[in-house]
Design a protein around this ligand. Sequence first.
Ligand SMILES: Nc1nc2c(c(=O)[nH]1)N[C@H]1C(S)=C(S)[C@@H](COP(=O)(O)O)O[C@H]1N2
Ligand SMILES: [Mo]
Length: 205
Amino acid sequence: MFFEGNERKEREQEMAREGRLPPGQSLTLKWPILHYGSVPRFDPARWDFRIAGLVDKPLRLTWDEFNRLPMKEVTADMHCVTRWSRFDVRWEGVPFTEVMKLVTVKPEARYVMVHAEQGYTANVPLDDLVRHTTLFALRHNGEPLPADHGYPVRLVVPQLYAWKSVKWIRGIEFLPQDAPGFWEQNGYHMYGDPFKEQRFDSDPY
Ligand SMILES: Nc1nc2c(c(=O)[nH]1)N[C@H]1C(S)=C(S)[C@@H](COP(=O)(O)O)O[C@H]1N2
Ligand SMILES: [Mo]
């Protein structure tokens, strides 16, 4: 236990020195499970991924179609608003930009509402999603995502607090303006930059 604590603290200080530990965060060596509601059941025959909103033609992908999309690996950090951070997490999945290529997005689109099982949503600016580090992740550190961490697919948006990294994702909706998702309607910040500590809607933009 003594050594475990030491290792954690040392690595936390290293991350702080490298400028990778956002204010008010501490490093966890575990992988906490955090979500509202229960873990949904996955049925590949029924699962689909919908692209809607400001697109020329809405699109629906089946589980097979989604799995045929190009995949890549991204190593990124993860910061939860409840103050834990994980570092150098290896995600593998479909880049957001690959999914976006499947439709013609109208030029007025500026924001995306991300939709998950059981009605969970999160709003993210389109500019954040088109970064090369945004993935629809199917794998974590070389293994399929565990059910409670978002299996079969979760979004990963590393530069924002992890409530925007939507587990059990089922679709994206392109919007002309920002609108609050699930946590954003419940007092969390509309954007959520961990390095600016944008935790609550009362925190500056
Ligand atoms: N669908 C869904 N995705 C979600 C959540 C949720 O409640 N539902 N919680 C978010 C929050 S607050 C965090 S910190 C991360 C946690 O991911 P983890 O459980 O894999 O650590 O998932 C995010 N994605
Ligand atoms: Mo979180």
